[in-house]
Design a protein around this ligand. Structure first.
Ligand code: F6R
Length: 368
């Protein structure tokens, strides 16, 4: 059932091209983005004036990634909130608020309670979910299913990529309803998403050196992850994978926050993973990250840099360079997350842990 892979997680990492492709399938009819169970009309979507994404763990990170795209495409304010915090702080919700509840299992208690709270306040609720007929989509006004297929490994991998993809479809659906994107732009963005499975495949072929790296840093005390813009939630996700699989202290930071505190953690030999944007599409951010890499390298960190192929400006500062295929800036998390999944899995394996069933964790968390 693991299809020749050593673990479900390895299999599910390898299934990511299909997870993205299958999630896109059927959601564009040649002219318009179509959602699955759309009990929310286009006129209702048009009046939305604020979006909340509520979720837990990796699903929450998928929301943090999507915030950049949804705000950029729709000009709507988007807040991303941990489901476990959402309903305890009296968020401002009304019938023009769209609450996007992201959940692989569709049964996460914190997220379900956030959905119920939002509905009591008359907000519209759209579920992004991987499990047909589960509770969260049942209680929502509209659904976009992620078609990642069953995810057995406790640590989310293919479901995470599928969640980002589905969140982007929600962003495009909102943009088309609001008219902040012309039909040809929506078509172009959908096309760009459709090219991602190929980039994911190419990325999967580049990972043997990442496994070697994982083996070589498996006895580190801690690993830091840095990123900016969409690379920031990718850093958070990389750190979460390492914590849950390898039981290693790991933290993700917005790279701009380094000098506001975290740089004090940097000491000789500390592995620091840096997710860098494309120098071509995000030159300013790229140069800022370059300085961040230099800052940590000057303090003895072992820099592990995720960059775009052909970017030779970062090579001199990377003790280890992972070059990924070039994709549009907002879509980079769909490729840059993958080496971090593999790194965490390999470190955990080297330490002798069961990567499909990390200690203390359950696949579906049905208590608050
Ligand atoms: C991390 C992970 C968890 C889940 C979280 C939400 O690898 O798997 O953080 O993402 O428990 O679960 P769902 O998406 O089922 O609501």
């Amino acid at each position: 059932e693991k299809g020749g892979f050593a673990t479900f997680m390895d299999k599910e990492i390898a299934e990511q091209p299909a997870a993205v492709a299958d999630t896109l399938r059927g959601h564009f009819d040649g002219t318009r983005i179509v959602l699955d169970e759309q009990r929310l009309g286009e006129d209702e979507l048009r009046t939305i004036d604020k979006v909340f994404v509520v979720a837990c763990g990796s699903a929450y990170h998928s929301g943090l990634v999507a915030k950049y795209a949804i705000e950029h495409w729709t000009r709507l304010p988007v807040e991303v909130e941990l489901a476990s915090e959402f309903r305890y702080r009296d968020p401002v919700l009304d019938r023009d608020t769209l609450v996007v509840a992201v959940s692989q299992s569709g049964e996460t208690a914190d997220t379900l309670e956030a959905v119920r709270h939002a509905r009591r306040q008359r907000a519209r609720v759209l579920a992004v979910c991987n499990t047909n007929g589960s509770q969260i989509p049942r209680e929502s006004d509209a659904v976009v299913y992620t078609h990642a297929g069953p995810e057995v490994g406790v640590a989310s991998t293919k479901a995470f990529l599928a969640q980002i993809t589905a969140n982007y479809l929600v962003g495009l659906a909102l943009a088309q309803a609001r008219g902040t994107k012309y039909a040809d732009e929506v078509a172009r963005d959908f096309q760009a998403l459709s090219e991602i499975p190929r980039a994911v495949e190419q990325t999967l072929e580049l990972l043997e050196p990442v496994r070697e790296l994982g083996r070589s840093i498996a006895d580190s005390k801690a690993v830091l992850f840095l990123g900016r813009h969409v690379g920031f939630p990718v850093a958070l996700e990389g750190a979460l994978k390492l914590k849950e699989l390898a039981y290693m202290h790991a933290e993700g930071f917005a790279a701009g926050e380094l000098k506001h505190g975290p740089i004090a953690l940097v000491e000789e030999g500390l592995p620091v993973v840096v997710v860098t944007p494309s120098p071509k599409s995000m030159p300013l951010l790229h140069s800022k990250l370059l300085s961040n890499i230099r800052e940590v390298q000057a303090r003895g960190a072992r820099t592990i840099v995720i960059g775009e192929e052909g970017d030779d400006t970062i090579a001199p500062f990377a003790d280890f360079l992972i070059e990924l295929p070039r994709v549009p800036a907002l879509l980079q998390p769909l490729v840059s997350t993958i080496p971090l999944q593999v790194l965490a899995a390999e470190i955990a394996r080297t330490r002798g842990y069961d990567i499909d069933k990390p200690r203390n964790l359950a696949k579906s968390v049905t208590v608050e």
